[in-house]
Design a protein. Sequence first.
Length: 607
Amino acid sequence: MNLYDTPIKKKIQHMTWKYYLLVAFVLTVAEQAVAQALSSNFDRLEDYYRREQLLGNIEADYSFVSYPLFPTEAFGVKDPHRPTENTESFFDYDVNKRLGKHLPSDISLKLLPLVWTNQYNSHHPEDWNDGAMIPAKGYQTFVSGGLYFSVAVSENLPSLSIKIQPEYIYASNPEYDGFPLTRENPELATLRWAQYYFNTLNYIDQPERFGEEAYEQFNWGQSSVRINYKAISLGFSNENLWWGPGRRNSLLMTNTAPGFRHYTLNTTRPIRTPVGSFEGQIVMGTLKASGYLPPNSEVKDHNGMLFYSPKRQDDRYFNGMILNYSPKWVEGLHLGLIRSFQMYKIDRDDSFDAYLPVFSSFSEKKLQKQAEDLEEGELSNHQKRDAYYSFFMRYVWPKAHVEIYAEYGLADNHWDGRDFMVEMEHSRAFNYGFRKLIELPAEDQVIQVGMEITHLAKNPTSVLRGSQSTYQQGSKTWYTGVGVRQGYTHRGQLLGAGIGPGSNLMSLNVGWNKGLKAIGVQVERYAHNEDFHNETIKDIRMHWVDLAAALNGSWDYKNLLFSFNLKFVGAKNYQWIYDFNWNDYWDNSSGKDVFNFHGKLGIMYRF
């Protein structure tokens, strides 16, 4: 049911005792509900809507750069989980109808889809963008479901929506071959190697293994409480977010980590003006530490000093923003900005700048000038927090069924505008890609071809220059932190691109699509933490590179929606291990190569 098309029902004088009882119930739930929201993890459904735009069935001014989506409000579908049928949920409890239509509002209760996802990795953890699931070897399962409750009085008044969608995760989490310090070959783990390896782990909360036993968790998942008015939504949520135009990766916000609790102010559809359309979101939330130590955190150097330095376990405050503008004069063009900041909550003062740094200056010169009046030894807000920002574009050409997109991110402020123009490459990362749909003679069938490249490794400018956030390893590697030593993570998983610090990825996919039915192949080259290799190992034979091929797809049948991914990975020089052949420097045959199978099967039952 489209909340914005709801007519005014009866007048107030026709209220009954049932109405008052329901109002009391709504107010009670609204006060007690825990913040969380609508899932952004239904990638097959999200991709369906994005393809529909390329086919000209959705307005080109919708950006698809901020998730979760709001298909009912934005596209007018009756049930977001049944887009090809455009029918309402089988279980849609119309409270008005049950009570004889005596209420001056539309009140409905719906069952959310029941989702069951199973995953298996044969040798070591593989893949990302899986929300609350953890990086683990072996079997892992995920279950989610819930209820959606909404109250809408009139299109001229705000509506209330409550979504309760918890998640359960279980992972067998067996031990596997990790970084060489865990193996029986100590000569491979030189002191210099260990020092630089732990220098990375000292500035990011990214456990190699989530404990030594099976992992089990139940959380609020994708729940939320929202007040919605036309194209604006204000709420408290635990939902996963995705910011940016990328499909495989995005620089500053993905669903690789679990959702985190946050207040949100966002658009649910484009706000159209005489100069074009605008979309955006501002969030203020809480990030948490994983609570797990890296492997062999007790290892010491020659002087008896620990390589690993324990981190503060305080909660962190997160403030982020995405803004998108679609100019009226260029149909299908989207231009935008993303900013994100985090700092320890205990270090935050009560100033506007501390709560909403997304509106602070981009210039390091101006930020330092603002701190001149502080007492000696006192740190300013910007010195206690870590910041990222990115610019992005997406261009949709429906007539050609093509989209191209790019995101360019920076992990450090420049000194001023001139510095930005002269050394724009400093601390940069980028992601870009395209997709083309080729219509087939058969009705509603297309072939899609897509490519995406993500580059997070440092360039020479960053290596030579260092940054304001410099430590022993040189300039900051993407997603590692200095002001906040958990880095850009939540509960031990990355908020940004799942490939991780210093890594690069090239991905190519080809597939057949018809509605929610899809079968495709994907090939990838994944270079792990090139910053660690280039600054520590420095041997052209020892890059850790995964070459992968996958068969994936989805299929809908009545109330069921199936998805699968069968991925075959050949890891070259796994964990940067190479048995040196000193007699032949160009002999590349002695690396530790391993095979990993990643299998995933998802089942969604739509009520």
